[in-house]
Design a protein around this ligand. Structure first.
Ligand code: HEC
Ligand code: HEC
Length: 391
């Protein structure tokens, strides 16, 4: 009875157990190592035996045999002979071609200058120092000298009238010579005793303090042209002096003529005479007085030859002025007298003529142009015994 009940209970328990799912069981321990494998086949084993006569015999299990000679020690090697010089190496390969330079474009400006533009660099200008402007080549220096004195006269290639409104400087201060002097030295030369507006003692412009001869020596023909043309004119100083605007008064041809005169036909004072000046003009503002320095000309014609000068005079001058130069009264002076009083001016008249403002030629230009001939003439005319003053 008791057993039965137990079996029933067990059966119930079993039935109950079969009907449920439990958790996974823990993993079991690793099994034992397997037994060692069988031994591999034996390797081939060789023995070495001395076979005499410097050889050994090698015999191996697999039946192979070999006899090898013992090696003797080698004798020490002899030093090697010095090596011959090596042959020169072959030329290196030519370098690779350079990269292209920047390419430049030059434009001829037609005035001796060229504008060069390279790539994207800023353009620049180069000037040919040997360039001579066509206007200069075609110019006439004698006409230029006439124009320097009176640019409007026809002999100086002017139109004969002095009407240009652009030239508005007082009285006759439109003539180059009036400010710059016959010698081009202005206040540094024969006009050392002249004053103008800046002294308050005169209504006329100041005489130029600029040394045009130095300017000529330091400028190109083109630069001198540009300075003279001076479009718009220039204020010269605070006293209201103005450099005339010659851009409309003078033609380009006239300016070139003046440039050529300045460079080629203007005679330096030292060639014909010397000038001593005892200081600058002294202006006293309080009473408005100006005390001018004394000008003394000396060594007139010192470089010349009086005999040759007399021949020049007789040939070129005596016909009008008489054998001793007194036939024509030149503002109260004889020819000799004028040369002695105003040697800065007389040669200019002889070389460029005495042109009146009404375009009539009293004395032709270029009667004597050569500097040596003029020095000879001056030497002769310096003698007041042969060429006396007017009575
Ligand atoms: C009213 C007086 C005056 C007259 C007329 C005058 N000049 Fe001048 N000139 C001057 C003065 C002053 C200067 C210096 C200042 C200047 O350069 O503007 C000068 C400067 C110049 C220069 C430049 C010099 C330099 O080194 O910069 C030239 C060239 C020149 N004159 C030429 C002439 C010619 C040619 C004429 C006639 C066609 C003339 N001048 C008429 C007063 C005058
Ligand atoms: C064809 C005639 C003639 C001949 C040749 C001549 N002259 Fe004159 N000369 C005159 C006349 C006329 C005047 C005056 C013009 C005037 O009054 O403006 C004059 C003026 C001058 C003047 C002064 C200019 C002035 O500023 O007032 C000088 C200097 C002069 N002659 C020197 C000479 C010399 C030197 C020679 C020789 C190389 C010479 N002359 C040849 C006719 C001549």
């Amino acid at each position: 009875m008791a057993i039965t009940r137990t079996l029933v209970t067990l059966a119930v328990a079993l039935i109950a157990g079969m009907a449920c799912t439990g958790p996974d069981g823990a993993r079991g321990p690793a099994g034992p190592e397997g037994a060692a494998g069988p031994a591999g086949p034996a390797g081939t084993s060789c023995t070495v035996a001395d076979s005499g006569a410097g050889s050994r015999t090698i015999t191996c299990d697999d039946g192979t045999t070999a006899v090898i000679a013992d090696g003797a020690d080698g004798a020490a090697g002899a030093d090697g002979a010095a090596g011959a010089d090596g042959a020169a190496g072959a030329d290196g390969a030519a370098g690779a071609a350079g990269a292209d330079g920047a390419s430049c474009v030059g434009v001829d400006n037609g005035d001796g200058s060229f504008t060069i533009t390279c790539g994207t660099d800023p353009a620049f200008t180069v000037t040919d120092p040997s360039y001579v402007p066509a206007g200069y080549t075609a110019a006439d220096g004698i006409k230029g000298g006439i124009a320097y004195s009176q640019w409007w006269v026809t002999q100086g290639d002017g139109d004969g009238t002095l009407t240009d409104a652009a030239v508005t400087v007082g009285s006759e201060f439109v003539r180059c010579k009036t400010c710059h002097g016959w010698d081009g030295l202005g206040n540094h030369g024969a006009y050392a005793n002249r004053t103008g507006m800046s002294t308050g003692a005169a209504s006329r412009p100041d005489v130029s303090g600029v040394d045009l001869r130095a300017t000529v020596a330091s400028t190109s023909a083109q630069e001198l042209f540009d300075l003279i043309q001076g479009t718009g004119g220039r204020d010269l100083n605070t006293a209201g002096n103005r450099h005339p605007d010659y851009s409309t008064a003078l033609t380009e041809g006239q300016i070139w003529n003046i440039v050529k005169f300045m460079r080629e036909e203007w005679i330096y004072p030292e060639e014909l005479y010397r000038l001593a000046v005892d200081g600058p003009p002294v202006y006293t503002a309080a009473d408005g007085t100006v005390v001018s320095p004394t000008l003394v000309y000396y060594a007139i014609g010192a470089n010349g030859d009086a005999t040759r000068g007399t021949t020049v005079y007789t040939t070129a001058c005596a016909g009008c002025h008489g054998t001793d130069g007194t036939t024509i009264a030149l503002g109260g002076d004889s020819v000799g007298e004028l040369v002695r009083k105003k040697p800065n001016e007389a040669w200019f008249k002889v070389k460029f003529g005495q042109i009146s403002g009404t375009s009539t030629v009293a004395m032709e230009p270029a009667l004597v142009s050569d500097t040596d001939d003029l020095a000879d003439l001056y030497k002769a005319l310096a003698n007041s015994m042969t060429y006396p003053d007017l009575p």
